[in-house]
Ligand binder design. Structure first.
Ligand SMILES: Cc1ncc(COP(=O)(O)O)c(C=O)c1O
Length: 462
């Protein structure tokens, strides 16, 4: 049993959770015999176990015991249109009937790429991959090959998937040292800087002419948990151009969500390369790297033959899979032709306000904040003098923003699940355009009850 589990053993919240979820407990027992920690994605780790979901519709999902949850996990951010969107589902059905893998080019990949280009003008060329991890891997390889430089600049706490070059500096190893299994030679080719620290970036650019690219999450790590805005993006764009460094926007979460054209549209910044996943494939597996033609030309047989440059190889069995292509095209078309992104953002703003009102009323010195269709919970690990209405994330030290106490947030999460709400592991979440005012009201009531349960359990002062 790990520390968190040990601490929770006598908890009434855990007791209530266990009592409500016997079907999930049974499946978790079996999953523990099959998977490390009984899970298939680190972010699904819940103590004592997570709920097992049987089906989902719009903003809701139902567990194997028949309980409904208002879902803020949103398919890890993939579901801006909510679960089981009728247009996307119909497109998937139609594509399935035609076959799932042709081992050849097909019309749907062309339609999919056009749907991306319609929303993202910087996508002069596109290469599909199966995951966001692969998309950032290819973006970095392209950047190094194109510039002939080796070093990659990243921002501390920013996530770009789990491949070797992105492993240190996300949740730990902020000194850039390699995480287990990563070669020191790979890790040492990254420079990690504090988010928003333009002076550090200027100094690095001036002192090192071997920097190939900067990659970052444009609205800040984890969709703005540590927020960054337009000013930073615009100055970084200017500096990158000045120093011949490529700018890579990792729009795996922000793409089609921050605005329908992603963060690059919101900030009016044109990156050299972007990575997209999640929403881009309409809730199915799929992703892409997109950007300047002259850079993606390094994947092109004819151009590289003509220019005498060595082509970058890129196979991938499920690249541009036709079913994902159908889902992605359908979702992006809905996003292009409706106000889905703006609607999700407006509902999220409402939710943030209502949750903060609960904190104020209960005199809890936490805060709910966020941008666009996201919300984050700050549970104030160092007891800073902040409140829901006087919270400025820019003034909080990075360690306090990132090191939310796991045991406490896990307990809040269980309390929210008991009350019919699924938050993400940081106690926040992402909204879809299908979340309604009713969902906001029900989530607010659940949060009020969750806070009461935490107080009753001595986790918060009364
Ligand atoms: C910003 C960002 N980049 C890259 C990834 C990796 O994408 P995938 O999980 O599809 O490999 C994620 C996944 O959450 C992400 O949030």
């Amino acid at each position: 049993m790990n520390d968190v589990a040990a601490e929770l053993t006598n908890s009434r919240i855990v007791g209530a959770y266990r009592e409500r979820t016997p079907g999930s407990a049974e499946l978790a027992k079996e999953a523990n015999e099959l998977f490390p920690s009984g899970i298939t994605h680190d972010a699904r780790n819940v103590d004592p176990y997570g709920v097992f979901i049987a089906r989902a519709e719009g903003p809701h999902k139902w567990d194997v015991d028949g309980h409904r949850y208002i879902d803020y996990f949103g398919g890890h951010g993939a579901l801006l249109l909510g679960h089981h969107h009728p247009v996307v589902t119909e497109a998937v059905r139609e594509a399935l009937d035609e076959g799932t893998q042709f081992g050849a080019s097909h019309p749907r990949e062309v339609q999919w790429a056009r749907a991306i280009q319609r929303l993202v003008p910087s996508a002069e060329r596109i290469r599909f991959t199966s995951s966001g991890t692969e998309a950032t891997l290819m973006a970095v390889r392209l950047a190094r090959a194109f510039t002939g430089k080796q070093t990659l600049m990243r921002l501390k706490g920013h996530f770009h998937g789990w491949h070797d070059q992105m492993a240190s500096g996300y949740t730990n190893h902020f000194d850039g040292s390699p995480t287990p299994g990563v070669l020191p030679g790979v890790a040492e080719k990254s420079i990690l800087v504090n988010p928003g620290d333009l002076d550090a970036i200027r100094a690095a650019f001036a002192g090192d002419n071997d920097i190939a690219a900067v990659i970052y999450e444009p609205t800040g790590s984890s969709f703005g948990q540590v927020p960054l805005g337009a000013e930073f993006a615009q100055e970084l764009r200017r500096l990158c151009t000045q120093h011949g460094v490529l700018l890579i926007f990792d729009e795996v979460v922000t793409g089609f969500r921050a605005t329908k054209g992603g963060a690059q549209m919101a900030f009016d910044v044109r990156p050299d390369l972007s990575s997209f996943a999640k929403i881009v494939a309409g809730g199915l597996p799929g992703a892409c790297v997109a950007g300047r033609k002259d850079i993606l030309d390094l994947l092109d047989f004819n151009v590289t033959a003509r220019t005498g440059r060595e082509k970058i190889a890129h196979p991938g069995t499920f690249n541009a899979n036709p079913v994902s292509a159908a889902a992605g095209t359908a979702a992006l078309t809905v996003i292009a032709e409706t106000d889905a992104s703006d609607r999700a953002s407006a509902t999220a703003a409402d939710l943030r306000e209502q949750l903060n009102a609960v904190l104020a009323e209960a005199k809890v010195p936490w805060a709910v904040y966020g941008t666009y269709s996201g919300f984050h919970l700050f549970v104030n690990p160092s007891g800073l003098d902040v409140g829901p209405y006087s919270f400025d994330p820019a003034k909080i030290p990075l360690e306090d923003m990132k090191n939310q106490p796991k045991g406490l947030v896990n307990k809040l999460r269980l309390a929210m699940l008991v009350n019919g709400v699924d938050l993400n592991p940081r106690g926040g979440g992402l909204l879809s355009c299908t979340h309604t005012a009713d969902d906001v009201a029900n989530t607010t009531a659940a949060f009020r009850e969750g806070i009461r349960m935490l107080k009753q359990e001595g986790e918060l002062p009364n």
